[in-house]
Design a protein around this ligand. Structure first.
Ligand SMILES: NC(=O)c1ccc[n+]([C@@H]2O[C@H](COP(=O)([O-])OP(=O)(O)OC[C@H]3O[C@@H](n4cnc5c(N)ncnc54)[C@H](OP(=O)(O)O)[C@@H]3O)[C@@H](O)[C@H]2O)c1
Length: 290
C-alpha cells in the first residue's frame, strides 16, 4: 500500500518517517511547503496539493490542527475531496469532535471513498518507536483490511465502533491528563508555600493510588526545557471540543471547564506553543513562586 500524509507537522512528520523507514512509498503535502521541501527522507515525495496525495496514495493520513484546518484542506481548490478515488481510505488522526468526524465521513463517502475516525493516544516519539495506541472508529472490515499496515505505527488498536465514537473517547482521554497535571502542580505549589520540599510532597503522594501518574508527570512538569511535543494551544482546543461534545450530549461537566479556562489564560499570556504540562510554570507565576 502507498501511504499519503496530509499535514506534516509534529505528528505527520513522525508518520512519514516511520513508514518511509519501513520501505513504504510515502507522499505528503503541507500547507507551508517550505517546511517539507528539504526533508531528506528516502521513499518520501512532497507534492503540491492535497489532491495529488489522494491520487498517488491508497491510505491517506490527515494530521492537521483542528476542525477548521480539516475543513479547509477538504474544500480548498485542488483539495482532498477533489482527489478522492474509491480506493482511498482516509485516516483522520486530527483530534476533533464526534459531530465533525461524522460530517467529514459523509463528505468522503459521497466521493465513494472510506473515512476512518482514527484519533491517537500518543506523541511523535511513540510513532517513531512504533508504539502508538490508536482508537479506530469505522467499519470493522476496513480495520481488518489495513490492520497490518497500521501496526507499523503501533502495537495497539482499540476498535471503538462507528465513526464519531473514537473521537468521543479521545476527548475523554484528553480531559483526564491536563486535570491531573493541574492538580499535581497545585499540590506542589501549595506545599512549597507551606515550606515543604518537593521530595517530601512526592514521598507522601507516592503512597496514593495516583502514584503511577505522579511519578510520570512530576519530571515532565518540572523539566526546565521539555520538548513541545504537544502544545498548550492544542490541549486547549481538545478541552474546547470536549465542552462542545458535552453541550451536545446535554451533560453538565465541572472540572474540565476550570482546566480549560486556566489553559486559555496561559495561552493568552504567551504559553501557546510550549509543552502543555508547563501549565505548572504559569501556576507558579500566579502563586508568586516564579
Ligand atoms: N503532538 C501530539 O503529541 C499529539 C498527540 C495526539 C494527537 N494529536 C493531534 O494531532 C493533530 C496534529 O498535531 P501536531 O502536534 O502534529 O500539530 P502541529 O505540529 O501543530 O501541526 C499542525 C499541522 O496542521 C497544519 N495546518 C494548520 N492549519 C492549517 C490550515 N488551515 N490548512 C492547512 N494546514 C493547516 C500545519 O501546517 P503548517 O506547517 O503550514 O502550519 C501542520 O502541518 C492535532 O489535532 C493534535 O491535537 C497530537
Amino acid at each position: 500500500m502507498r501511504i499519503g500524509v496530509i499535514g506534516i507537522g509534529r505528528m505527520g512528520r513522525a508518520i512519514v518517517e516511520r513508514y518511509a523507514s519501513h520501505g513504504y512509498e510515502v507522499f505528503g503535502w503541507n500547507r507551508t511547503a517550505k517546511k517539507i521541501k528539504d526533508l531528506n527522507i528516502s521513499n518520501f515525495m512532497a507534492l503540491e496539493y492535497p489532491r495529488d496525495v489522494c491520487e498517488k496514495a491508497d491510505l491517506v493520513f490527515v494530521a492537521l490542527s483542528d476542525i477548521e484546518s480539516v475543513k479547509e484542506v477538504f474544500h480548498q481548490e485542488n483539495g482532498l475531496l477533489d482527489g478522492l478515488r474509491s480506493r482511498n481510505i482516509i485516516l483522520n488522526i486530527t483530534t476533533i469532535t464526534p459531530n465533525a468526524a461524522i460530517e467529514f465521513s459523509k463528505e468522503v463517502a459521497s466521493k465513494g471513498a472510506i473515512y476512518v475516525d482514527l484519533p491517537v493516544l500518543g506523541n511523535p516519539t511513540k510513532i517513531r518507536r512504533g508504539e502508538l495506541p490508536m482508537l479506530f472508529g469505522g467499519e470493522r472490515e476496513v480495520l481488518e483490511k489495513i490492520r497490518d499496515t497500521l501496526m507499523v505505527l503501533g502495537k495497539k488498536i482499540i476498535y471503538v465502533g462507528e465513526v464519531g465514537k473514537a473521537s468521543a473517547l479521545k476527548l475523554i482521554f484528553n480531559m483526564v491528563l491536563p486535570s491531573i497535571v493541574v492538580l499535581l502542580s497545585e499540590a506542589l505549589n501549595i506545599g512549597r508555600k507551606a515550606g515543604l520540599s518537593d521530595e517530601l510532597i512526592l514521598e507522601a503522594l507516592m503512597e496514593s493510588p495516583l502514584s503511577a501518574a505522579i511519578e510520570r508527570y512530576y519530571d515532565r512538569i518540572t523539566h526546565p526545557n521539555p520538548p513541545a511535543s504537544f502544545t498548550m494551544k492544542l490541549m486547549l482546543k481538545d478541552l474546547e471540543y470536549l465542552t462542545r461534545m458535552t453541550y451536545d450530549l446535554g451533560i453538565p461537566t465541572f472540572i474540565p471547564p476550570v482546566t480549560k479556562e486556566l489553559l486559555k489564560s496561559a495561552v493568552a499570556n504567551g504559553y501557546s506553543s510550549v509543552y502543555y504540562a508547563k501549565i505548572h510554570d504559569y501556576l507558579k507565576k500566579l502563586s508568586g513562586l516564579m
